[in-house]
Structure formats: C-alpha cells, structure tokens
Design a protein around this ligand. Structure first.
Ligand SMILES: *Cc1c(COP(=O)(O)O)cnc(C)c1O
Length: 404
C-alpha cells in the first residue's frame, strides 16, 4: 500500500540528516512502475529506466529489483548499471555525439547499442558488419515536450537520424550488412498528449518497412508527471491500449513479432522525490517578501533552467495563514525558485519541501559558489536510509592540484 511520507516524518529526516536533503520514497517508484507495466500488459513491452534522471546506485538497484531494465546515455552510466547488477543485455546505451571509442567501450561491455548519427552508423557497420546488432535512433520530426530545451524531435534538434535520411541509412545497412534490431525515437519530455506517441509510432512503422529483421520499436519516453496542482500525468492506460492495437495490426503486415520498448525517467522517479530546505531569512523589500533558503540552483536547477514549476509546502507551519512569497536561493546570481507563491506563513528556521524533485534534481546539482552537494536518503519499509552523504569541504579540493 502506498502512503505519502508525512510532514512529521519529513521533519524527522531533516533533523536527523540535516538540510538541504533529497528524500526518495521507494514505494512511489514501485507504484509508478506498476502503472506502466499494467497499462502495457496487452502487448510485450519492456521498460528501460532512463537513469540520467536519478542515478544513485541504490536507486538503480531498487529499480532493478522491480524488474525494470536500464537506459544509459554515457559509458559511466553503463558502468553504474553493471555495478548495480543489470545484465549487459538489459542495458540500452543511447549516447549522443560521442566519440566512436565510447561506442566501442559499450560493445566491449556487451550492452545494446543505439546509434544516433550517420557517421557513427557507418563506422559501426564497417567495423562490425552483422556481428553486433544495433538500434537506430530516428528523428521523426515531431515537435513535442513541455519546453523547447527538452524537445528533441524537432527539425533543428541534434538528436537522431532524420527520417529524410532513410536512403542514406539503407545504403549503409546494405553495404555493411549491419544487423538492425530495433528503431528508436525520443521526442522530448513532458508530453501529455498521447497522440504524439501514436503519431510517432506511425512514423516508426513507416521506417520499419525498410528493415526486415526488427525485434522492437523503442518509443523513448517523455511521459508527463503533474508538477502543478491542476496538471495530469500522461494517460498511460489509454496509450497502452492504443499502442497494443496499433502494433498488433502492424505485426500482421510485417509478419514478425515486434516488442515495444520505453525509457521512462521522470515518470518513475520524479514524484518519489522531496527536496527539504530550510528558510534562512525572511526579507521584506519594497515590492515583495522573499524567503531566502539554504539552497539554490546548485541543488535544484529546474526552475531556473526550464522555468519548471515545483510545488512548495511549509511542513513546519502547515496550518499557518496563507501569504505570498518569492522563494529564492543563496547563490550569488538570480536564483529564484518561485515568484508570488502562496505558502503557509514562513518563519525563519521553517522547513520547506519542494515536491516532485526526484528527477533531474540531485542529478543536475553542482558545486557552484563552492557550496556542498546535499545528502540523499531513501524512504523504504517505513524508515530512512542514507544513500549518499552530503559533500564536505574537502570534496571541493578533490582533484585540485596544490601548486607550490
Ligand atoms: C532523457 C531521456 C529519457 C527519459 O526522459 P524522461 O522525460 O525523463 O522520461 C529517455 N530516453 C532518452 C534517450 C533520454 O535521453
């Protein structure tokens, strides 16, 4: 049974581990994973967790225990995945603009390779011919996603090989004998409209007709999770039914079973995350009341980077009168988490929680301003476990060379 972590429990965690603090609720990840597997039960479907959303090794191990596979965008994510116990064949390596050597390292590790440009495809074909199967990342030129920075399918995008380059792909495949096992697309993040996936699938069927031995079509990810109070997540149940119907229709023509693959990141780990911070100062100016917190975009950059909205609550004064605040960080640069946010009255020392902070939260953190990265804890079996210590001062000097 899923229960949200209570304000009292979050407060205990803040007191025990200190703030700022990332807390991940394991049961929420399990719930999201089950939603997906249930929704797509009508057709063989595999889910590769896109671990760039949150790559703590304990999260990887937990997600593996649920039965998910892994999608990696760097050779180091591949290595983390192997360490976490994923079999090489359960890892899909989908890098972008990497050196061919990084692809070779992926081959040496035995993982599945997804190639997203003509140049590497040609080098791969010349080297491996039909001896190592590949997946090809196609850019279907569908514009989707919550924000231009997280849209990857548009005409100016650097991702994938354009559908208009089919002839060139075919030339390479024919000349080198390359074994193309799957086709991939990933058009962006935060796609609410399921028709985008269905349109994409349709485009992929068209592309698939150019290959005879495909085992799967990978529709990437981009499932939306609700950040604002009135938002809804992608309707995966309806999508599951429609995808199953469409693929089964296609299989009749194609005369071969086709699995559907997805690479959910945010959908699995966004809502599990709470980021707890402390209100350092309440600062009244002529125009607004600022809450200055003990964190900044060095810990959670999504609001500044993508104009992302994160729900914020005051867990220390949940019944306090509602007032309007501008929530800012302590970084010496414009560092605004939220303008004109209605919060229960915030007093200096109160703990605030940023909700939905599991995905691309800690993962995008930095040491800007020579500040320390926060700790991460996992909430499972009704208890908190530290899964990463906060940085200490010495970490800032690690790798720096002390010249005499
Ligand atoms: C980032 C990424 C994902 C995950 O996207 P979400 O929006 O977090 O679900 C999946 N596949 C690839 C190739 C990605 O780069």
């Amino acid at each position: 049974m899923y229960h949200a972590i209570s304000n009292e429990q979050l407060t205990e965690a803040a007191n025990e581990f200190g703030t700022p603090l990332y807390v991940y609720h394991a049961e929420k990840i399990r719930q999201q994973y089950s939603k997906l597997t249930d929704a797509f039960k009508d057709h063989p479907t595999r889910f590769f967790y896109a671990c760039k959303a949150l790559s703590n090794i304990n999260i990887l191990k937990y997600i593996k225990s649920l039965g998910a596979l892994l999608d990696c965008v760097s050779i180091y994510e591949v290595r983390l995945g192997l360490l976490a116990g994923f079999a090489p064949s359960d890892i899909l390596f989908t890098p972008n603009c990497v050196d061919f050597n990084e692809i070779l390292d992926g081959v040496a590790a035995g993982v599945r390779i997804n190639i997203d440009n003509i140049s590497l495809l040609e080098q791969f074909g010349n080297k491996f011919g039909n001896s190592y199967p590949v997946c090809i990342r196609i850019n279907p030129h569908i514009v989707a996603g919550g924000n231009y920075k997280i849209s990857t399918g548009h005409i100016d995008s650097k991702f994938g090989i354009s559908i208009h380059q089919m002839r060139h792909i075919e030339r390479i495949v024919k000349t080198t004998g390359l074994h193309v096992q799957g086709l991939h697309m990933h058009t962006g993040s935060e796609i609410k409209d399921i028709d985008v996936f269905l349109q994409g699938l349709d485009v992929m069927f068209g592309v698939a007709a150019h290959f005879s031995g495909l085992d799967f079509i990978d529709l990437g990810s981009g499932f939306k999770v609700p950040y604002k109070e009135d938002e809804k997540e992608t309707d995966v149940v309806t999508l599951g039914k429609k995808v199953a119907a469409a693929v089964q229709e296609f299989e009749k023509e194609y005369n071969r079973p086709i699995e559907i693959w997805f690479e959910p990141g945010k959908f699995l780990v966004s809502e599990c995350g709470s980021f707890i911070v402390k209100a350092n100062v309440i600062k009244q100016t002529t125009a607004t009341v600022f809450v200055g917190i003990n964190s900044g975009f060095n810990h959670l950059i999504r609001p500044m980077f993508y104009d992302a909205y994160h729900r914020i609550t005051n867990i220390s004064n949940p019944e306090g009168p509602q007032r309007i605040y501008t929530v800012v960080g302590n970084i010496c640069e414009t560092d605004t988490f939220a303008w004109d946010r209605v919060l229960n009255e915030v007093r200096e020392g109160d703990f605030l929680v940023f909700h939905n902070a599991g995905a691309y939260g800690f993962e995008m953190s930095s040491n800007f301003n020579s500040r320390l990265k926060p700790a991460e804890v996992m909430f499972a079996d009704n208890g908190f476990r530290l899964i990463r210590k906060a940085d200490v001062f010495e970490d800032l000097l690690k790798n720096q060379i002390w010249e005499k």
